[in-house]
Design a protein around this ligand. Structure first.
Ligand code: IPE
Ligand code: IPE
Ligand code: MG
Length: 240
């Protein structure tokens, strides 16, 4: 059977803190190694021919963590941006950040915008970082934007129309959502866009996740039977 490659893989990168604690380190040590995993998985996606890789890096709810950890994560993002430019350009990766930018420090906002512009012409893979994001926030901001444009004249609005107000406008819905570290929940991730995503949960902690683990997830995905509420290909055939 031909291996099916998902066009869009999305990852809830979880378990950095536990990984660090297991090794007797502070949580930040896990976040640093988590960046390495993003690099490895990006490379693996380029090799597999995946067109979109998105990662949940920081949720809206993560703002409730101690200021020290939040600051550490923002600095780490800043560092990663300046260090990864060359590799992204070399691999033809377009970089995008989606989320509620209002609370992001302005220096980081500027660095993000600069890298988005610099990589805008790359088309081998699009790497999307969800930062200060939550699915409920996304749906709410979309509804507000739509109301600004349509007023109360919304009777003809379709799901496709609504999707154009979400921050993911123009990006295909994720075919596969992976969550690491054994937790089996969405934690307010892509609530609209993930309606028919295949879910893949693994106990591996994010800093231990790399190319091989991504490959295993794609393998599992290619054995799934996606029915979208209809019948599987086999059943549809039997019923003819
Ligand atoms: C995921 O790792 C990264 C972020 C949410 C920023 P965690 O920091 O949630 O690590 P655990 O889940 O506490 O181990
Ligand atoms: C989800 O992880 C958010 C990210 C991976 C960025 P959390 O660690 O914040 O999720 P909960 O709190 O365990 O649900
Ligand atoms: Mg966590």
């Amino acid at each position: 059977m031909e291996k099916r490659i998902p066009a869009h893989i999305s990852i809830i990168m979880d378990g950095n803190g536990r990984w660090a604690k297991e090794k007797g380190h502070e949580r930040g040590y896990g976040h640093i190694h988590g960046v390495e995993s993003v690099r490895k998985v990006t490379q693996a996606c380029v090799e597999e021919g995946v067109k979109y890789l998105s990662v949940y890096a920081f949720s809206e709810e993560n703002w409730s963590r101690p200021a020290e950890e939040v600051g550490f994560l923002m600095n780490l993002m800043m560092d990663a941006i300046s260090r990864e430019v060359e590799t992204l350009m070399k691999n033809g990766v377009r970089f995008r950040v989606l989320g509620n930018m209002e609370r992001i420090p302005s220096t980081l906002q500027d660095a993000i915008r600069a890298l988005e512009e610099q990589t805008a012409g790359n088309d081998r893979l699009t790497l999307i970082v969800f930062l200060s994001y939550s699915g409920q926030w996304d749906i709410l901001q979309a509804a507000k934007k739509m109301a600004m444009e349509h007023g109360t004249d919304v009777s003809g609005v379709t799901r496709e129309d609504f999707g154009r107000y979400l921050v993911t406008a123009g990006i295909p819905d994720p075919d596969l959502i992976i969550r690491t570290s054994g937790e089996q929940r969405l934690s307010n991730y892509l609530l609209w866009q993930g309606a028919y995503s295949e879910l893949y949960f693994t106990d591996i902690l994010w800093p231990d996740f790399g190319g091989k683990e991504l490959h295993d997830a794609v393998e599992a995905y290619s054995r799934r039977d996606r029915r979208f509420g209809g019948l599987s290909k086999k059943e549809a055939g039997d019923n003819q």
